[in-house]
Ligand binder design. Structure first.
Ligand SMILES: C[S@@+](CC[C@H](N)C(=O)[O-])C[C@H]1O[C@@H](n2cnc3c(N)ncnc32)[C@H](O)[C@@H]1O
Length: 388
């Protein structure tokens, strides 16, 4: 049963730390967006079936974790999966780890892929949450971002998911592209609110190294302006807040009961299994990642080899510092512990508290000025130099 708990409640966040989940990466895209640096491939959708088979094989050979509370199928573009593939993946996960009775099963989807029959198929296979990559409803911004959909497809997809009865519908937005204006961002937010999604993620456009966007910027195209992005972030918090969405993480807003269980777990330091190209996981005190090349991934799995490319141990003091590093993104704040105490005691911590950037609320360290979260996080990493 979906609860009606506030997404920014400390109890919701603390509970997430003990839940187990799994991430499954589907790398295929009809076209790769120029700002994207995720593990994606743009021209090989004909290998989807072989890939799903490989993912199912990877899951089958993994060590059992524990019944999964949440599964997140991300991309790439998972909505390119043919009906039937999600069921195969979920069956493999259920056989290997078990899945709790009332799980959150999220899939990322592009608006232009969503049809009534696809939606019905995914629901039948176990989907409980869809996260649409909307990004904007301004045609100029959509064009500049290289998206394949227009504003019309956004409305049709969200309404269709609602009508089909998807229990939780989320929308991703990107703000701060230089062609966006304050008025157009406001219009995007107003139009999205009218569609009544349960959850909205708002991300500042980031120029990632190695992407076409970063090349264009190096060649003289305007880059996103951080001051403008800060103002747009505030605009989003205000408009979404007025519409009843509670900001429970720097970039995430939800109606009561509609926080993303998978993401909250990751921020709380919970364990999660991970499968597929470039997937990152966290289990048994180890963070690991898979290879990012499709050929290498398929070849390794088909040869019965591990697709892991690297891993590091995160235990003891490092694990505590990491819990603080990710936890400060969350509005509920991080409950006490050695790292919280050490940070509040440190020179950086005292300076930030003095400036009112961080504070202690009922024993929890809270970032009171979320726009400074990245700066606080950098200072938190300074704790790694201490032995405990
Ligand atoms: C893995 S992507 C989703 C992929 C999905 N196929 C799509 O195109 O919408 C998840 C989200 O990350 C955000 N994102 C990806 N690259 C970004 C960037 N460079 N800057 C800001 N947000 C980004 C977008 O909002 C996107 O919906």
């Amino acid at each position: 049963m979906r609860t009606t708990e506030a997404p920014d409640s400390p109890a919701v966040f603390d509970r997430a730390a003990d839940r187990k989940s799994a991430y499954v990466h589907i790398p295929f895209c009809a076209r790769v967006c120029p700002y994207c640096d995720f593990a994606v491939v743009g021209d090989r959708t004909d290998e989807m079936d072989r890939y799903v088979q490989a993912v199912v094989g990877e899951i089958g050979r993994d060590e059992p974790l524990a019944p999964l509370d949440a599964v997140f199928v991300g991309g790439g573009t998972p909505s390119l999966l043919p009906v039937g593939a999600l069921a195969r993946i979920l069956a493999a996960l259920a056989e290997r780890h078990g899945i709790v009775d009332d799980p959150e099963i999220t899939m990322e989807a592009n608006p232009e892929d969503w049809t009534v029959s696809r939606g019905a198929g995914y629901l039948e296979e176990g989907l409980t949450r869809v996260s649409f990559g909307v990004q904007s409803t301004d045609p100029r911004v959509l064009l500049a971002l290289g998206r394949r959909h227009g504003p019309r497809e956004v409305g049709v997809a969200v309404a269709s998911a609602r009508r089909a009865g998807v229990p939780s519908v989320s929308v991703d937005l990107i703000f701060g592209h230089p062609v966006e204006t304050e008025a157009s961002w406001r219009r995007t937010l107003d139009e999205v609110v009218e569609l009544e999604p349960d959850h909205v993620s708002t991300y500042a456009l980031t120029v990632e190294r190695g992407t076409p966007l970063s090349r264009w910027v190096a060649e003289g195209s305007p880059a996103p302006d951080p001051d403008v992005q800060a103002a747009r972030w505030e605009q989003a918090v205000e408009i979404l807040g007025r519409a009843g969405y509670i900001r429970y993480e720097v970039s995430n807003h939800a109606r009561p009961g509609h926080h993303c269980r998978y993401n909250l777990g990751a921020w709380a330091g919970a364990e999660y299994a991970a499968y597929g190209l470039g997937a990152h996981g966290h289990r048994d005190g180890i963070r690991f990642r898979n290879v990012r090349s499709l050929d290498a991934y398929l070849d390794r799995i088909e040869a019965g080899e591990s697709p892991r490319q690297g891993s590091e141990e995160v235990r003891g003091w490092e694990a505590e510092v990491e819990r603080l590093f990710t936890g400060i993104r969350v509005a509920a704040g991080v409950n006490g512990g050695r790292a919280v105490e050490a940070f509040l005691d440190s020179e950086d911590g005292r300076r930030l508290a003095g400036l009112g950037v961080i504070g202690l609320v009922e024993g929890r360290l809270v970032v009171r000025q979320p726009l400074f979260t990245d700066a606080v996080a950098r200072d938190v990493l300074g704790l790694l130099e201490m032995s405990s």
